[in-house]
Design a protein around this ligand. Structure first.
Ligand code: SF4
Length: 932
């Protein structure tokens, strides 16, 4: 069972409903695994108490949740919420009404169209939107505004897979299901730290590995948590995936591992793929170019060839590249040659990053797609969509993709933009370019749940959106499974569904076709469009528009059935009953693809050098990615004290030898520089990072750190076909970031706003929420005396009711301060050499005490715990709140050799399993220490 976090929400009617408990089945809003969640709301005297557990019936997770999903309830508070529509930038911003603001948007858009034409308007939306929101905004933009200038942040994570699927299969679809992981004999994970980024899928794979002889191979430049239990790790050089899989294609061809019957009956274009990969026919050269040892390469090729049931799972390491589409096609080619597709336990499988990236694809959320898997550049398809919508016009040419779109905003080509549920000033490459673009843009609308993000700062109009738990609709996960995301909380303030806001503006622009009253009506229309002029009988007819994406079985679905909809994979061809919920588990079982020929196509994939190579000025390659406990730009996960401590600061990993070369030290601050920008991060030395490379997470924004938006540094080069940016390959330089002093400041929850103005005086800072306290890591180039003076000015603690205790030792460069009020700890500040700063978790724990004893005060002022026995150390297992020191002590005293023994003793690792790689690391560390 989960240890379940709770949140108290205020409700006017709470007292009247005291004790009432209601459980709702919904879906996690984070990654593309799409786990089912049970949310229980209990009315209490003080408000609503929400608990979240895994939905045991949901086929994506069968009750499992990772640490992010387990702590969803922590993110439901209203502290950071935008609750009213607002008009105006900066100091001019003020509350307004929906009526007025939607009229204003409609008028501004119309004015833009009249003056500058339809292409002067753009929308930038998100894989966080529900399918119903996505459907309506696409309808407005492509069918009524008549432009395709709508792109989504899904462009940044899976558009390369979309393009590859379309080239190989004729349609964007993932042919297999999660159940295939339980039947396969070999899982190849390419460019994916699955253990951290798709944790529940990783657990399913690891569970299967314990039950049967399943081999796991990980292909990744880094040795990540995912590699720990793999049978083989191939530490590939960045950007060499096409070389590796072209080499595999050649190997399979040379060694006679074709499935001849499959290839001749169901594929075409093999010769072109073989010619294009000819240069990779020498395995020795492939080993050299990929940086993988010949022995490991042979092992991988042999295992792939000898195993019938192979699943190749790929993710951001493949997609986020200037060769992303070719990388994905090179993988698919190997499956086609060997017929390892359309069978139980055999398929290439793209893992989507976002909760509804797939739903966005279904409704044509990308600038180069129409709704319902129809093509923007085909007259037949344009006619189908326009005819169905009865819309005044239809977009006929692809719109601007994300990176180009914001460049067009900066150049003035785009005059008005509406951004929904995303934070491009943080997440796009060359992120300062996005900031410049929005600064200059005539009219910026932002719909969000948060009032203050790096992007909302530039909004002329802010629209309060519904958040998770408040909105209602559907999402589709990586295995094509449509699940309901259901509301279990009321709408706070004036917040509204995104589809509703879009409909209001559309109506005010004079458009019919936007009279939807709820998400159910939108879903009905979406299902009907998917089935419109789409029949299996037309699959071979180029004059028809067959597509696998078809929800004909859900056309006309009643409101009751929609509300009760069970998770179901598309295509849904028959009205649903319990028996056919699994009807679409696997596609291509008959070898029928969506190309007019019904055959799959081999794609010629050539190796291309990266656009920006390393140089003396920028000698290292920056690779960016996610960490275990955070999601995107931390607007939600940053609110949970359980999720902030695993990686508390913005950091980068570098190999110890490179650290020596560039003169940077473990835990020191460094400046990372590229042609596009700089940021300042904390160093972590890691043998898991290859020489010549640096890894940095993507999550920190200006709300959480002074200078850690890694997007500023990232190369804006994109894949020529998909437009997906190259987040994994930016030439950079690293150098120490010297400061005169560093320290840590703690301030009690609810008082953190006092420090905001003071932070501007500090050279470098980062913040995180811990239980009942906010922590600020700080460092400065300015004079410490000045900083202390400034902090005292900003904090109202000079008031006589505050007790301010200080301990200064100039010879040791130490300055410690604690502030109490009525015996309660309010703040503490430590300035000292880095190795002498106190243990952060220990200090934070003291803020949980009602009163501090004299001994505690003494210890706190000294910055040293009285006894390590009182201190569990930094949290490793968030589910059961077990710290590092406690685990180490247990490993040593119990002579533990396996993680299961740790779980048996402390429960740690026994729920979501996200911390198991760390527990294994601690066991290894203790064993190594014992050997010395
Ligand atoms: Fe949510 Fe974690 Fe499941 Fe992803 S794996 S959907 S983040 S619970």
């Amino acid at each position: 069972m989960n240890t379940i976090p709770c949140v108290e929400l205020q409700s006017d009617s709470a007292d009247a409903m005291n004790g009432l408990i209601q459980t709702t089945q919904t879906t996690c809003p984070y990654c593309g695994v799409g786990c089912g969640v049970s949310a229980t709301v209990q009315q209490t005297a003080s408000g609503q108490k929400v608990t979240v557990t895994g939905d045991r019936e949901h086929p994506a997770n069968y009750g499992r949740l990772c640490i992010k999903g387990s702590n969803l309830a922590d993110t439901l508070g209203l502290d950071t919420r935008l609750l009213e529509p607002m008009l105006g930038r900066g100091d001019l911003r003020q509350n307004t009404t929906w009526e007025h603001v939607t009229e204003h948007i409609a008028a501004q858009f119309q004015q833009c169209i009249d003056r500058y034409g339809r292409e002067s308007i753009a929308f930038y939306v998100s894989g966080q939107l529900l399918t119903e929101d996505y459907y309506v905004v696409n309808k407005l933009v492509k069918g009524y505004l008549g432009t395709a200038n709508i792109d989504t942040n899904s462009r940044l994570c899976m558009s390369s897979a979309v393009a590859a699927h379309k080239r190989s299969f004729g349609e964007d679809l993932v042919p297999a299901s999660y159940t295939d992981f339980e039947h396969t004999d070999l899982v190849v994970l390419v460019g994916s730290n699955t253990a951290w980024c798709h944790p529940v899928l990783y657990q399913r794979i690891m569970q299967a590995k314990t039950e049967r002889d399943l081999k796991v191979i990980v292909i990744d430049p880094r040795f990540t948590a995912t590699c720990e239990q793999a049978d083989l790790h191939l530490p590939i050089l960045p950007g060499q995936d096409v070389t590796l899989f072209n080499g595999l294609l050649q190997y399979l061809h040379q060694q006679g591992h074709h499935d001849h019957a499959f290839v001749s009956a169901h594929t075409e274009n093999l010769d072109a793929a073989l010619v294009a990969s000819q240069t990779e026919s020498d395995i020795t050269l492939v080993a050299e170019q990929t940086g993988i040892s010949l022995e490991k390469l042979q092992q991988f090729y042999q295992l792939f060839a000898a195993t019938d049931k192979v699943m190749t799972l790929f993710s951001m390491g493949v997609n986020q590249s200037s060769q992303g589409v070719n990388k994905a096609n090179a993988i698919i080619n190997c499956h086609l040659l060997t017929g390892k597709i359309g069978k139980i336990g055999a398929a290439p499988f793209s893992m989507t990053g976002q909760p509804n990236a797939m739903g966005g694809r279904e409704v044509g959320g990308l600038a180069n797609m129409l709704a319902a898997h129809l093509e923007l550049d085909q007259a037949l398809h344009q006619n189908i969509v326009q005819d169905f919508w009865q819309s005044p016009r239809i977009a006929t040419q692809a719109g601007l993709k994300a990176v180009d779109l914001f460049q067009a905003v900066e150049s003035g080509q785009i005059k008005a933009i509406w951004i929904m549920a995303t934070n491009p000033v943080v997440s796009l490459p060359d992120a300062d370019q996005v900031r410049r673009a929005l600064e200059k843009c005539d009219f910026v609308v932002v719909s969000d749940i948060c009032q203050n993000t790096d992007t909302t700062a530039f909004a002329d109009v802010l629209l309060p959106a519904l958040g998770w738990g408040e909105k209602d609709g559907t999402v589709t996960n990586s295995e094509r499974r449509i699940s309901r995301q259901r509301a279990f909380l009321g709408a706070p303030g004036q917040s509204q569904a995104d589809w509703w806001a879009i409909c209001q503006v559309a109506r005010k622009m004079g458009f019919s076709g936007f009279d939807f009253e709820n998400a159910h009506q939108i879903f009905q229309e979406h299902a009907a469009l998917s089935a419109y002029q789409n029949s299996e009988a037309s699959q071979c007819d180029p004059k028809k528009a067959f597509r696998y994406f078809n929800l004909s079985g859900l056309v006309g679905i009643s409101k009751t059935d929609y509300d009760q909809l069970q998770p179901v994979q598309w295509p849904v061809l028959k009205p649903l009953n319990d028996l056919n919920l699994q009807q679409s588990e696997r596609l291509f079982t008959q070898g029928q693809y969506s190309h007019a020929s019904t055959k799959a196509k081999f794609v010629a994939t050539s190796v291309v050098a990266p656009v920006h190579a390393t140089s003396t000025e920028y000698p290292l390659i920056l690779n960016t990615g996610r960490i275990r406990d955070q999601w995107h730009t931390m607007t939600r996960t940053g609110l949970s004290a359980q999720l902030t401590t695993h990686r508390a600061e913005p950091y980068c990993e570098i190999h110890p030898q490179d650290a020596l070369t560039y003169g940077v030290k473990e835990h020191g601050l460094v400046e990372l520089q590229s042609r596009w920008g700089t940021c300042v991060l904390r160093v972590q030395l890691s043998e898991g990072v290859r020489r010549g490379q640096i890894f940095a997470p993507i999550h920190w924004s200006d709300q959480f750190a002074s200078d850690a938006r890694i997007g500023k540094v990232v190369n804006p080069v994109v894949d020529a076909i998909s437009g997906e940016p190259e987040f994994k390959h930016t030439p950079v330089m690293i150098e120490p970031f010297y400061t005169q002093w560093q320290g840590v400041l703690f301030i009690r929850d609810g008082m953190q706003h006092l420090i905001q103005a003071g932070l501007k005086q500090i050279t470098w800072w980062t913040t995180l929420k811990m239980t009942q306290v906010h922590r600020y890591e700080i460092a400065g180039r300015n004079k410490l005396e000045q900083v202390l003076h400034d902090l005292k000015t900003f904090l109202p603690f000079e008031d006589a009711s505050y007790e301010w205790m200080s301990l200064n030792d100039a010879s040791m460069h130490m300055s410690h301060h604690i502030v109490l009020k009525d015996g309660i700890l309010i703040a503490s500040l430590y300035i000292a050499p880095i190795e002498m700063l106190p243990d952060r978790d220990w200090v934070a724990q003291l803020f949980k005490r009602e009163r501090l004893s004299a001994l505690h005060r003494k210890a706190l002022l000294a910055g040293m715990p009285m006894s390590m026995a009182n201190h569990d150390g930094p949290l490793v297992c968030s589910c059961f709140k077990v710290g590092k020191n406690k685990i180490i002590e247990t490993i040593k005293t119990q002579k533990i050799t396996h993680e299961k023994q740790v779980t048996a003793c402390l429960k740690a690792g026994g729920n979501c399993g996200s911390c198991l790689p760390e527990i294994r690391g601690l066991i290894k560390q203790c064993q190594q220490e014992a050997e010395v």
